[in-house]
Design a protein around this ligand. Sequence first.
Ligand code: NAD
Ligand code: AKB
Length: 326
Amino acid sequence: MTDTMKRIMVTGAAGQIGSELLKVLRKKYGGDNVLAADIQNLPDPELRESGPFEFCDVTKRDVLEAIVRRHDIDTIYHLAAILSANGEKNPRLAWDVNINGTYNILETARDHHLIRVYIPSSIAAFGPETPREATPQETILRPKTIYGVTKVAGELLADYYVQRYNVDVRGSRFPGIISHETPPGGGTTDYAVAIFYEAVKAKRYTCFLRADTRLPMMYMPDCLKSVMDLMEADFSRLRHHADFNLAAMSFTPAELAAEIRKHIPDFACEYLPDFRQAIADSWPMSIDDAAAREEWGWKPDYDLAAMTKDMLTVLTRRQAEGRLNY
Ligand code: NAD
Ligand code: AKB
């Protein structure tokens, strides 16, 4: 991020990633300079007090533009979205929020000459015809979920705005993100968060994916680091823009349960796959992130063992303090 960036907006700021990114951005740029925007309140009182908030439905272009003008916004982190499982429950909503919302953000960026925009994609951009191991940067993008369709369209649209209008748009294809602050918002990888809460609370969990379903995952500190690093990267070094493959770890529910058992030996995990199994089966098992490593120096800090230890330390402490809400 350049020194000239000073007025930031985070859409979807109440969500799993937005709420934590907001904290990092406000710490770095000052609370008053980072506007939180969402259609629901921020989950944490500390966040509510640390800077401004606007109710903003990203599908309403006039509302979005008025907020950008009123707050003199020059940079947007666009995290508002409907994720994979919720998208299959309501495909029209997923199309509206993910396609029209993203289009409105890009048009606003173009009209208001914003300095930079961050729009995440997902491993959901891939589909069953994509090579599932070490999925390459350049590969087949034929997703079978509405969420995936909107993510591919978002990547292509972002690239179009870079080439055609010189809007500086950046983003990565996140794997499933694991965190302990704000619960995930209706995705297929959500089991990898829920399992920790249930392990600490009840020492048992019923997983909605099969035991052998391998998926790419990432711990929240790495996710936040990736956003900050990509937004600060030198534009002239970037050959890709809003579609960087990103990897940290890959594991199955059975492997995650075994790792948890190293800390909670009597933890029991059962498997009762539901509609999310088909979504997971259409996604990669591991990702080749060489482009991100080369173009902006991406390198994760957490593997399965380090992430599991940290998650359990935080949640066990919270349980002892009677604050384990999920
Ligand atoms: P989330 O579901 O936790 O949060 C999304 C937020 O968007 C919610 O607070 C919701 O209220 C808000 N929202 C929904 N509709 C809106 C609208 N019309 N206008 C404004 N806000 C609206 O999602 P997240 O996990 O924080 O994901 C953030 C971004 O990262 C999304 O683009 C998602 O596709 C991407 N991503 C997330 C993951 C993950 O595992 N969390 C993985 C890959 C990609
Ligand atoms: C989901 O499962 O939908 C998200 C994602 C990988 O995009 N966590």
